[in-house]
Design a protein around this ligand. Structure first.
Ligand code: AMP
Ligand code: GLY
Length: 422
C-alpha cells in the first residue's frame, strides 16, 4: 500500500512511524514532511495547504490512502478533494472540521445539545464586546472565532487585559478575519486533560488520556507555546471521570455532529477542564494533538492503519483498539527564545540510542546532508516505561543524546502529573 501523510511536525513523524509498523505499507510520502521525517518517509515538497497539488500527486502516484493531520488543510476541505479524486482518507470533511475552525460553531453546538462547557457570549461588534466587559466577571477568556495558529485565546486576569485582547482581535485584526467574531467566555478552573479519540461518526473510541505542558518555562511560567512536553496517561483522568466524559461529552458530541449533517470521521480531540462541577469542554480539535500524539501513539498496541481504515469505512465498532498498560513522556527540545525570537540553522546530533525515540518537528536537511534546526520546536524525545517516573527519567536521559546549539527544554515535564498521582 502507498500512503500519503499531509503535514510536517512531530505529530506527523509519530503517525508515520506507527503506520510503518504495518507490513502491507510499502511506501509513505510525507507532504511536505521535514528533514527528520525524511529518514522514515519520502518527503515531497508540496505544502500542506496546496490542495490541488496534493490531489494531483495522489492521483499521479496511485496513492491508496491519505492521512490529513493538520487543522488548516482539514478546514480547507483537503479530505473532500481527495475523496472526490477517489482517495480514501483519514480526517474529517470540511463541514465537520468546522468544530475546530469556528469556535462560535463549537460553542453553539454545545449549547444546543447540552454538552458541558464554559458559559459564553458571541460578539461581532467591538463596542458591544467592550460594553459587556464593563460588568463581566474577571478573570475572563477572549477567543477569536477562527484558526489563529493556536494564539487566538487570551486568558485575561484583569479587565484591562480583556479590553486589550478584544481591541487586538477586532480593531487591530491581529488574527485577520479570524477575529471578526469573538467569544467571551467564563473562566474555568481545574486540571486540564487532553483526550484524543477515534470516531467513525457513530462509535467513539477514546485513546489513552494525556497532559500537555503549554507554557515555555518551568513551573508553567512564561508565554504559551505549541506544547513543551506531554505525559500519558493523565493521572487526573480516572475511570469515573472517563465514564462521565463518555456519557456527557464524547457520545453527545459525535451524535450532535451527525444530527447536524456533519458526521465526523477521524480523530476528534477533546480539550477538557475537570472543574468542581464536573468535566467541561475547553476546546475541540478536529485532528491529532501535537505533542499529545507523541505520547499516545507509542502506547497504541493495535495496528494504526487498521484502526484508521475502520474509521474511514465506518466499521470502528468491530475494530479492536488496545493501548499498553504503561506510561509515556515526551520532552520537547526547542530553540532558546521560542516562542518569541530564536535562531535556526544549527547542526543537530542524535545518538543512536535516542534516534528511534525522536520525533522531529523543526529540522531541515542542509545541502551537505546535515540535519539542522529550522523551527522553534525542534524535536521531541519520547520514552515509554512501566511507571510515570520511569518514563520521565528515561525521556530526559535519552534527550541528553540530542545536542544542538541553543537547545532549550523544560526540566519539569511530568512533575505535576507525578505530584497528582501520589
Ligand atoms: P486553546 O488555544 O484553545 O488551546 O486554549 C489555550 C489555553 O487557554 C487552554 O489550554 C487553557 O489553559 C486556557 N483556556 C481556554 N479556555 C479557558 C477557559 N474557559 N477557562 C480557563 N482557561 C481557559
Ligand atoms: N497540543 C495542543 C494542540 O495540538 O492543539
Amino acid at each position: 500500500m502507498k500512503l500519503i501523510v499531509i503535514g510536517s511536525g512531530g505529530r506527523e513523524h509519530a503517525i508515520i512511524r506507527k503506520l510503518k509498523e504495518n507490513p502491507e505499507v510499502t511506501q509513505i510520502y510525507a507532504l511536505p514532511g521535514n528533514g527528520g521525517i525524511a529518514a522514515d518517509a519520502t518527503c515531497v515538497p508540496i505544502g500542506a495547504t496546496d490542495i490541488p497539488a496534493i490531489v494531483e500527486f495522489a492521483r499521479g502516484n496511485a496513492v491508496d490512502y491519505a492521512v490529513v493531520a493538520p487543522d488548516d488543510p482539514l478546514a480547507l476541505g483537503c479530505v473532500d478533494a481527495l475523496e472526490a479524486a477517489g482517495v480514501p482518507c483519514f480526517g474529517p470533511r470540511k463541514n465537520a472540521a468546522i468544530i475546530e475552525s469556528s469556535k462560535v460553531f463549537a460553542k453553539n453546538l454545545m449549547k444546543r445539545y447540552g454538552i458541558p462547557t464554559a458559559a459564553y457570549e458571541v460578539f461581532e461588534d467591538e463596542h458591544a464586546a467592550l460594553r459587556y466587559l464593563e460588568t463581566a466577571p474577571i478573570p475572563t477568556v477572549i477567543k477569536a472565532d477562527g484558526l489563529a495558529l493556536g494564539k487566538g485565546v487570551t486568558v485575561a486576569m484583569t479587565r484591562e487585559e480583556a479590553v486589550q485582547a478584544v481591541r487586538e482581535a477586532m480593531e487591530d485584526r491581529k488574527f485577520g478575519a479570524s477575529g471578526e467574531r469573538i467569544v467571551i467566555e467564563e473562566y474555568l478552573e481545574g486540571p486540564e486533560v487532553s483526550v484524543l479519540s477515534f470516531t467513525d461518526g457513530t462509535t467513539v473510541v477514546p485513546m489513552v488520556s494525556s497532559m500537555d505542558h503549554k507554557r515555555a518555562g518551568d513551573g508553567d511560567t512564561g508565554p504559551n507555546t505549541g506544547g513543551m512536553g506531554t505525559v500519558a496517561p493523565n493521572p487526573y483522568y480516572t475511570e469515573a471521570v472517563a465514564a462521565e466524559c463518555m456519557e456527557r461529552i464524547f457520545l453527545p458530541t459525535v451524535r450532535a455532529m451527525k444530527a447536524e449533517g456533519r458526521e465526523f470521521r477521524g480523530c476528534l480531540y477533546f480539550g477538557l477542564m475537570l472543574t468542581k462541577d464536573g468535566p467541561k469542554v475547553i476546546e475541540y480539535n478536529c485532528r491529532f494533538g501535537d505533542p499529545e500524539t507523541q505520547v499516545v501513539l507509542p502506547l497504541l498496541e493495535s495496528d494504526l492503519l487498521t484502526v484508521m481504515r475502520a474509521v474511514t469505512e465506518g466499521t470502528l465498532a468491530d475494530c479492536e483498539v488496545r493501548f499498553r498498560d504503561a506510561h509515556a513522556c515526551c520532552v520537547v527540545l526547542a530553540s532558546r527564545g521560542y516562542p518569541l525570537h530564536y535562531e535556526k540553522g544549527f547542526p543537530i546530533t542524535i545518538s543512536e540510542e535516542a534516534g528511534p525515540h525522536t520525533y522531529v518537528a523543526g529540522a531541515a536537511l542542509r545541502e551537505d546532508g546535515a540535519l539542522v534546526t529550522s523551527g522553534g520546536r525542534v524535536l521531541g524525545v519520547t520514552a515509554v516505561a512501566d511507571t510515570l517516573s520511569g518514563a520521565v527519567a528515561e525521556a530526559y536521559r535519552l534527550a541528553e543524546g540530542v545536542t544542538f546549539a541553543s537547545r532549550y527544554c523544560r526540566t519539569d515535564i511530568g512533575q505535576r502529573a507525578l505530584r497528582a498521582g501520589r
